[in-house]
Design a protein around this ligand. Sequence first.
Ligand code: FMN
Length: 130
Amino acid sequence: LGRPHRLEGIVVRGDGRGHDLGYPTANLSTPRFAAVPADGVYACWFVRDNQPDRLLPAAVSVGTNPTFSGRERTVEAFVLDVDEDFYGQHVALDFVGRLRDMVRFSSVEDLVEQIADDVRRTRTILRTGG
Ligand code: FMN
């Protein structure tokens, strides 16, 4: 395509679980015919329409959160280095690289450890410090 695939949406409230895990996420509500990438974890740039030139690094999960036996497919962005909930904002994700498949972990600790590694790899792929 020559540039990363872009997915846009409005940030809505999730189950609020992410906060307890230490990885609060911005959950995207996407348009009906949006091209949502296959389930998995991705390194993305997160863009807001009120600050379109500031690209924020994000580790993004697409899937049903099988560790918590979720049913609905969600698109959730853990935005690195920013402590903000983004609720109600119109945002976009540019999918730069795929990290792995969505996994059902046998414990929440295992999931949290894996997300920490996802974040490290996201920084490497996007080449941001921190
Ligand atoms: N959930 C899974 O069940 N399996 C995964 O492999 C998985 N990988 C994730 C990777 C990243 C980088 C992030 C940010 C989340 C991942 N999740 C995964 C989703 C978490 O389960 C989810 O963010 C958490 O339950 C909070 O959900 P909430 O925002 O609806 O509260």
